[in-house]
Design a protein around this ligand. Structure first.
Ligand SMILES: [Zn+2]
Length: 468
């Protein structure tokens, strides 16, 4: 592949007509293979930039009029230029922490998984927690979750908790379960499940969705220095992959403070569009203090609340309208209560705050559409800070076909991840059955219905490559 030159500030790609008095540009790029992403003139050779704006895209000859005495001219020598990529859904510090803790991406079998854990445990101090993430059993033979007993063989003394790649499940060993006081009598928390052995009723180590918190709260907290390092590493990794903006789907005000500090010091330059989790203290504070838009040279915008309404399909936590096709005893579960959501949604409309809600299953998608619609009706346009709120559903993965047109009708954006469709290809047919696939990963149906579908990577749940 030819080297790619990515122009970060490619915000406007309109072809400007030649004007009577043309201002000289700061920089003119010539002799490029410029991909404009516009249907009317898909290709161009040259770009002129003044301050932080592109002021011209077109032919080399027409670009010449922007070259003044002080204009820097860059010869691209035929290299390809693409618009800056925005990842519309990822978790920035998670991307950084993946570099700092045990990275189990690409684990090919249970034996491979256990070998990696064993090597890591060998480096840990006695009793020290070992954490990591990124394993996924889909391609293991057989494709079954690891258990506490598997982990105990390689980690008898250190408490271990290792997140599945999707973040909606984790496996803990016996030492970790013991530290958390989890045994066969421990009840499932709301929105979570302590997976149990079918014969003995003993917890088998798998913790789904909110049940992970029972163990994770015993892991010594990361220090502020760790959190800052994770952001710096996450930004570095994103820039290496070619992203010029990322939308950080969740987190807290602690992240916001770190971003502000790093931007002010000039340590990070990547554009970040930030959300915090809600309902809860961070969302309440955002509603009170209001949005931040275009700070630090148009790099930082913070005006979104992230809600999580169900789990993931792989771990059968996604909330479905009917039971799973491969597990008749469960339909998944919602992870947020309507009564907690409603006042927050209405206040968000009044204050001009965007809401984005994780919804994977068809029940969760319908629930969120219903709640959004009720909020839109309760707070009419005249009472909103931003008339068109551009609220989103993250993932919009398994959607009842009846609900697909509701997105365009309500102006709700389905924010989807191509890499999930690729990863889920192997188990989605068994989880939901062939009939329900009609409204699953329904990119074309959404686009035909008249709504724009932004794409994201969901890193570190997935690798985070823009080319995917
Ligand atoms: Zn996500």
């Amino acid at each position: 592949m030819k080297p790619l030159l990515i122009i970060a500030s490619l915000l406007v790609l309109a072809l400007l007509p030649a004007q009577e008095t043309v201002q000289p540009a700061d920089i003119v790029f010539k002799n490029g293979n410029v991909y404009t992403a516009t249907d009317t003139s898909p290709d161009a050779e040259a770009i002129a930039v003044k301050a932080d704006r592109i002021i011209f895209v077109g032919t080399n000859a027409a670009a010449q009029q922007y070259v003044g005495a002080n204009t820097r001219v860059v010869d691209l020598k035929g290299k390809t230029v693409l618009p800056g990529f925005t990842d519309s859904h990822q978790h920035l510090s998670g991307v950084g922490f993946r570099e700092m803790t045990l990275n189990l991406e690409g684990t090919t079998s249970l034996a491979d998984f256990l070998a990696k854990v064993k090597a890591r445990v060998a480096q840990a101090k006695p009793g020290e927690w070992v954490t990591g993430r990124g394993w996924i059993e889909t391609h293991w033979k057989p494709p079954v979750f690891p258990t506490r007993w598997d982990l105990d063989k390689v980690a008898p003394n250190n408490p271990v908790i290792l997140g599945r790649a999707d973040g909606h499940g984790a496996v803990a060993n016996s030492a970790a379960l013991k530290a958390a006081g989890i045994d066969k009598n421990t009840a499932n928390p709301f929105g979570g499940e302590i997976s149990k052995d079918k014969q003995t009723g003993e917890p088998n180590g798998m913790l789904l969705d909110n049940a992970q918190g029972l163990v994770r709260r015993h892991v010594p907290p990361t220090t502020p220095a760790d959190a800052e390092r994770a952001v710096v590493l996450g930004v570095k990794r994103n820039i290496e992959l070619g992203w010029t903006q990322i939308q950080d789907a969740g987190g807290s005000y602690a992240d916001v403070e770190i971003f502000k500090k790093l931007y002010a010091a000039g340590t990070i330059k990547l554009r970040i569009y930030k959300a915090v989790h809600g309902p809860g203290p961070s969302a309440t504070r955002l509603l009170k203090e209001g949005a931040i838009v275009g700070a630090y040279g148009n790099r930082f915008t913070f005006r979104t609340i992230k809600v999580v309404s169900d789990g993931a399909l792989g771990s059968r936590g996604a909330a479905l309208l009917a039971p799973y096709s491969d597990a008749a005893d469960t339909s998944g579960f919602l992870t947020v209560k309507a009564e907690d959501l409603r006042p927050m949604l209405q206040e968000a409309l009044r204050k001009g705050i965007q809401v984005e809600t994780h919804a994977i299953g068809d029940l969760a998608n319908r629930f969120v559409l219903d709640e959004y619609e009720a909020a839109f009706n309760a707070v009419p346009e005249g009472e909103r800070e931003v008339e068109v709120p551009r609220w989103r559903i993250e993932h919009a993965q398994i959607v009842n076909p009846d609900d697909i047109p509701r997105f365009a009708k309500l102006g709700v954006i389905p924010s989807m991840q191509p890499s999930h469709a690729i990863g889920d290809l192997f188990f989605a047919p068994s989880r939901v059955g062939i009939n329900r696939l009609a409204g699953s990963y329904a990119w074309a149906s959404f686009i035909k219905s008249g709504i724009v579908v932004p794409a994201g990577s969901d890193a570190p749940v997935e690798r985070g490559e823009p080319m995917i």
